[in-house]
Structures are given as structure tokens and as C-alpha cells.
Design a protein around this ligand. Structure first.
Ligand code: ZN
Length: 303
């Protein structure tokens, strides 16, 4: 069992992204004492700069009791595995096999917790954001990739590894038959059809920049709605949070809700109580802070 550190304890939080690393030294319930952004370059260089930030921040504010990392993936999260904490088949050049925890462990000799960026964001939203007061929550992000995490009773759920729900098979929109999809593993899985790179490859720019905005929005909303319906049917979670770069187009969320509601067709109680799904499918309450706040919560659980 892990103990929760006393209220004012310091923890280190790292949100490890494919384009940048966000690091923060956090006190208590989320008081950020120092924070920085580091571009994601080669693993050795990037992780050295992460360590450098924490050396300086701890000199100013005091030592962190533990560290939490929310990383891009996929990543080995099995504590029994010899590869625990190492990145798996990430398309990010040079990062496959990188042990994301090791530099912090070797330098500071404190516990270092790790999970995916999506899972830590789910944790933060469950405890501090859109999931407060609920027993269950799913979090979906739609950006460079598509990922999702599910929390029940404060615990992230996974088996041999974290879920990879962005790669589910989806039914093709009849207006979108020509596009092969961009997933290097599956072609036209959900991520291959509806991620930021898929939108870019198909239409040459983000949704908001397109002339034929309406149809493209409907096509993407229809695909993302299939993930939302699948999560609702598979997990019966009480609410789903959806965020990420693609979702910053505000026109998308209402269309996903409408498409999901049409597919559910009144079958689930949640859709009968809330036909527009406005209370069921929501944006992140913590906005862009959910990742770094979740990494801090993960660290606090280490004691
Ligand atoms: Zn795929």
C-alpha cells in the first residue's frame, strides 16, 4: 500500500509529450512552484534537461518526495516486466526502448511513478475535474494520436498494458471511401481516420481551415462518436471527457454528441436521461492542465 504524503509535501510532475515535455514542481493539492517546457529532441538530451530543471527547482523550493510521469506511448506499465517504464513501438524517432524513469531515479533516488499521458489526464479529471463525485470516468484525447483511459473507484484500469482504444475498427463513412488512413499498423483504424495527421493528410489542413468544413466535421464526428458509443457500451462509465488538439475546434463536440446519440438510439439509460449527451460527453474541466496535474497526483500516490 502507498501512503499519501502530508499536505505540503513537494512532488515532481512530468508530462512527456511527443513534441514537448512539461515539468513542474508541485506543492500540496496542486500549487505549482516552478514549471518549464522542454522540446522533445533526442532522449538523452531531453531527459538531461528534465533532470536539470528539477535540480534547480528543488534547490529553490526543497526536495520532492516522489515523481510522477505521464508519457506518450505505448509504454510498458507492467511492474513485473524487465522493460517496465520503457517506450514500446512509438513512431517517435529514437525513443523506442527509452526508459523514461531512469534518469530521475538515478539522480534523485526517489520513487518515480509512470503511466500514460492519457491515463494521468484521466486521473486528474476524475479527482479534480469533470469526474468529481462520480465513481467512473473515461478520458479520450484526439490529437496527433487518439487514446483513452478509464477510471473506476479512483483506479486506472488495464491488464498487461494500458488500453489502446484509439486503434479500434470503425465503420467507414460512405463519403470517405477513398482515403486509406494513416495508421502505420492498421491503415483505417479510428486513429488512422480521425487523428490530426489523418485530417491533415486527407484535407491538407486542420478542420477549421477547410472550405467544406461542414462535411469534414460530420465525417470526423461520426468516427469519434463510434469510439464514444463503444466506451459507453463496453465500460458503462458515468461520464466521458474528450479533449486534445483536434477538439479545440468547438464545432466538433456538438456533432459528436449528436452522432453518438443517434447510434445509441435510446438504448442506454444515460441517453434516455440526457438525449443531447451534454452532461455525458464533456470537455476537460482542467483544460490543458489535466496532464501535468495528473502526473502530480500519480506522484502523490507514491508516498
Ligand atoms: Zn491503428
Amino acid at each position: 500500500m502507498t501512503a499519501t504524503p502530508s499536505g505540503d509535501a513537494l512532488v515532481g510532475a512530468v508530462e512527456a509529450g511527443g513534441t514537448k515535455f512539461r515539468c513542474a514542481l508541485v506543492r500540496g493539492e496542486g500549487d505549482v512552484l516552478a514549471e518549464c517546457l522542454i522540446p522533445t529532441t533526442a532522449p538523452g538530451e531531453t531527459l538531461a534537461r528534465v533532470v536539470e530543471f528539477f535540480v534547480e527547482a528543488q534547490q529553490r523550493f526543497g526536495a520532492a518526495r516522489a515523481f510522477g510521469i505521464g508519457t506518450f506511448g505505448p509504454v510498458d506499465l507492467d511492474p513485473q516486466s524487465p522493460g517496465f517504464g520503457r517506450l514500446l513501438m512509438t513512431p517517435k524517432p529514437g525513443w523506442v526502448g527509452t526508459d523514461i524513469r531512469r534518469a530521475l531515479i538515478e539522480r534523485f533516488e526517489r520513487p518515480v511513478a509512470i503511466d500514460t499521458d492519457v491515463n494521468v489526464a484521466a486521473l486528474a479529471e476524475a479527482e479534480r475535474g469533470a469526474g468529481r463525485g462520480l465513481r467512473s470516468l473515461a478520458y479520450v484525447t484526439v490529437g496527433t494520436g487518439i487514446g483513452g483511459g478509464v477510471i473506476f473507484d479512483g483506479r486506472l484500469r488495464y491488464g498487461a498494458m494500458h488500453p489502446e482504444m484509439g486503434h479500434i475498427v470503425v465503420r467507414r463513412d460512405p463519403r470517405d471511401r477513398e482515403f486509406a488512413g494513416v495508421c502505420p499498423f492498421h491503415g483505417d483504424c479510428l486513429e488512422g481516420l480521425a487523428s490530426g495527421p489523418a485530417i491533415q493528410a486527407r484535407w491538407g489542413g486542420p478542420l477549421a481551415a477547410l472550405d467544406d468544413h461542414g462535411e469534414a466535421l460530420d465525417i470526423i464526428a461520426g468516427y469519434l462518436a463510434q469510439l464514444i458509443v463503444s466506451i459507453a457500451l463496453l465500460t458503462a462509465c458515468e461520464r466521458i471527457v474528450i479533449g486534445g488538439g483536434v477538439m479545440t475546434d468547438g464545432a466538433l463536440l456538438p456533432r459528436i454528441r449528436a452522432a453518438a446519440s443517434r447510434v445509441i438510439n435510446g438504448y442506454l439509460p444515460v441517453a434516455r436521461r440526457d438525449a443531447t449527451l451534454e452532461g455525458y460527453l464533456v470537455p476537460p474541466a482542467l483544460g490543458e492542465r489535466s496532464g501535468i496535474m495528473g502526473a502530480a497526483l500519480l506522484a502523490r500516490r507514491m508516498g
